[in-house]
Design a protein around this ligand. Sequence first.
Ligand SMILES: NC(=O)c1ccc[n+]([C@@H]2O[C@H](COP(=O)([O-])OP(=O)(O)OC[C@H]3O[C@@H](n4cnc5c(N)ncnc54)[C@H](OP(=O)(O)O)[C@@H]3O)[C@@H](O)[C@H]2O)c1
Length: 251
Amino acid sequence: MNYYIITGASRGLGRAIAENLLSKDNHLFCISRRMNDDVITEAGLKDCKIDYFEYDFNFIEEIDMLISTIFERINFSKAQTVCMINNAATLNPIKPVGKYPSFEIISSMNVNLIAPMLLISEFIRRTEEVSCNKMIVNISSGAGKHPYYGWGCYCSAKAALDMFTGCVGLEQSNSPNPVKIISFNPGIMDTDMQSEIRQSREEDFEQVERFIKLKEQGKLKSPDFVAKKLLELIHNNETKSGMLYDINELQ
Ligand SMILES: NC(=O)c1ccc[n+]([C@@H]2O[C@H](COP(=O)([O-])OP(=O)(O)OC[C@H]3O[C@@H](n4cnc5c(N)ncnc54)[C@H](OP(=O)(O)O)[C@@H]3O)[C@@H](O)[C@H]2O)c1
């Protein structure tokens, strides 16, 4: 059995990843604030085991309990693969720094950075003795490398998550049962996150016109295309731990 933990599976890329993994050989653990009823129905039709957790990553104190519940349902003696995809994220607040209250900074960091760090830490701790294929994917963004006016929290969280990937990759290279960990930049995709960007006010996000044009010119990738590319990367033995992969640089 292959076990996949997917955060942010209700919409966009997370939903497409879950849909592409529906098979009787896989057991999915999906997490988001809202349940994705369609993926649950489809899983039933395809004889795929699925557990869906409605959870808000702002509640960081209870993440250990969430991961504990998930790991109790994994049969490690039958596991070929255990893979976690940290995909859930929020762009908010979209405004220059100083124009929003402190709690919005805390919320952005909780969802985009602290939650994945806690999940990664617990994944590593709980699978230390497990020798099956173990993999963690952190969904990154070009915003982790380039500053954007109005995206201070989001850019900072993605940059920090990429660095965490690098550090964990280094540490795991010394482990007897290493977890492979990568960051993956999915490029610009046609999801709710992009429609939020297009609705920004220019005084909050200077590049809003550019993103409106990208949509008009049909330059946005479909989440299904990106999900398929990511799964190829996950299943490729040549994929190197600790690295940041960019969809635009994949074959
Ligand atoms: N779209 C792009 O162009 C683009 C570009 C570069 C990188 N990315 C990255 O790609 C990933 C997927 O993005 P997307 O475009 O698919 O985003 P999206 O359409 O906005 O979906 C975000 C997902 O995250 C979940 N989520 C958000 N806040 C949450 C919270 N507090 N607790 C639990 N779950 C939460 C949402 O579920 P609920 O609302 O049900 O909680 C949803 O399933 C993200 O990491 C994003 O940073 C996207």
